[in-house]
Design a protein around this ligand. Structure first.
Ligand SMILES: Nc1ncnc2c1ncn2[C@@H]1O[C@H](COP(=O)(O)OP(=O)(O)OP(=O)(O)O)[C@@H](O)[C@H]1O
Length: 227
């Protein structure tokens, strides 16, 4: 079997000097869709931040898309982020420019130069999230669900090996959450690996998948019946 996209072995995660998670042993393989659940304050965001290089891994071993989290340097982070797609609860789109320009901004910042290939890529990712006709709009002209679709499109720009979604439906109503989830499911069926932190148990029941739970400073896999 091929190497996991992500693994942590006997890892501990700290916020300053407080221990948030210990003995973390997690492995995610290519093509999986994995949920991360747990009560508020149990460390889901801290875990995600460790994975995208926002919190240093101080103890144990960890590797994500071929980057060693223990030896990760500040200068490596932009390169790590290019191999990851990160989606946040609050979308984090730039409001002073259109959807197309939001995507163009990321492409240029990650080294793309050719205008035609950038346009083709933007068209492709907007197509994947059903937003092809909305490229000329400003983020504030879109609904929350549409903004999240654009944020997912943005995460797809550099063909990420892993998508990290931290509460991607947290700001959305139940119907819109299902629509955004359908987009994530489609992307997963097309081969993308996804780790999604969520509070939304309705989504877990509707789209069952491997589930990790944060509780009492640990992360463990749960079977759906007991979540
Ligand atoms: N920047 C920080 N500095 C110090 N402690 C922090 C910081 N961020 C979070 N914490 C603490 O770390 C613990 C875990 O927080 P975290 O945000 O990872 O939890 P969470 O499971 O993502 O919660 P939520 O579901 O509310 O987003 C909490 O006790 C929190 O107070």
């Amino acid at each position: 079997m091929s190497k996991p996209v992500l693994f942590l072995k006997n890892a501990s995660i700290f916020q300053r000097e407080s221990l948030i998670l210990s003995e973390v042993n997690v492995s995610i393989n290519k093509g999986e869709f994995v949920y991360l659940i747990g009560k508020t304050g149990t460390g889901k965001s801290s875990f995600m931040k460790t994975l995208y290089g926002d919190l240093p891994l101080q103890e144990g071993d960890g590797e994500i898309v071929d980057f060693d989290l223990r030896t990760l340097k500040e200068k490596d982070i932009p390169f790590l982020r290019r191999k990851l797609g990160v989606v946040f609860q609050d979308f984090k789109l730039l409001n002073d420019r259109t959807v197309n320009d939001n995507l163009l901004f990321v492409l240029k910042a990650t080294g793309w130069k050719d205008k035609k290939s950038m346009e083709t890529k933007i068209d492709e990712v907007l197509g994947k999230v059903g937003m092809k006709t909305k490229g000329f709009k400003y983020p504030y002209q879109l609904s929350g669900g549409e903004q999240q679709r654009v944020a997912i499109a943005r995460a797809l720009l550099n063909d990420p090996e892993l998508i990290l979604a931290d509460e991607p439906t947290g700001n959305l109503d139940p119907q819109t959450s299902v629509e955004v989830m359908e987009v994530l499911q489609d992307i997963n069926k097309n081969g993308n690996t996804i780790l999604m932190a969520t509070h939304d148990y309705a989504l877990l029941l509707k789209y069952p998948s491997k589930t990790l739970k944060c509780d009492e400073n640990q992360i463990f896999e749960v079977v759906q019946k007991t979540v």
